[in-house]
Design a protein around this ligand. Sequence first.
Ligand code: C5P
Length: 304
Amino acid sequence: MTETVTVRVPAKVNVQLAVGGARPDGFHDLANVFLAVGLYDEVTVTAADELRITCEGPDAAQVPLDRTNLAARAALELARRYDIDPAVHLHIAKDIPVAGGMAGGSADGAGALLACDALWGTNASRDELLDICAELGSDVPFSLVGGAALGTGRGEQLTALEVGGTFHWVFAMADRGLSTPAVFREFDRLGEGLDIPEPVAARELLDALAKGDPDALAAAVSNDLQPAALSLFPALADTLAAGRAGGALAALVSGSGPTTAFLARDPESASKVAEALSASGTCRTVRTASAPAPGATVRGHSPF
Ligand code: C5P
């Protein structure tokens, strides 16, 4: 009997991304406040003759279907650790923008890992799954746990954060992606010769999350990668301005970009911001989503 497992995994926005200087290993120490948002990829795993990946969705053509895909790397690493033949078909239903700064690739890695764990019955502990996630990439552990968390180190060491309400977001997707390493390199170039302080999470921001207060959160959001993303993609400034003019409480680049994120006071205001962004002609698509969203979740485990 062939079995299939489907896992749903959320996107993220960084409500604070404080970046330190470059480390000897090339990474940067971060104080990274992740918030999972209700835009999802779904990863479905089915036993097959050999490892293969397929992908559907508006950005599917940009998704690598070889072993560089984080979903494939996750399956291979779990199989290696448990001495299992990694012959599975991984199907990704992709709704999170590709190369958009919303951890879409990380979501697929975390989703494939949880799905293979369920399909193979490996029953890896949460700590072991998180360890594999951290090996795959700095944002992958957060894709597994969701909610809200502070990521330190290179972003992979997580502390769960309390969130006291629902936050309403609008996301504007750009017509091309940005490479995360290129944005960090631009951050280094812009900061050359400057004294870069140790990254720390802002108390006001953590309090605003805990209270569920959108005005306080809007006053506290920050992204140290934003000047670098704008330097590589100056037209993003027009998208940010269009969202602000449409009534957003805060407008910022999501992670390394180029997706831009807009915080709204309530669902009605989010719809107005979305309309203004769509009418502005400054972005490819606009989506609304609320936060926090749960982490990777097994949706179905059924015989085919
Ligand atoms: O960890 P991940 O593979 O997602 O990182 C992608 C790239 O982003 C790294 O190769 C590095 O260039 C940059 N990065 C960084 N510091 C971090 C996280 C990522 O410089 N804390």
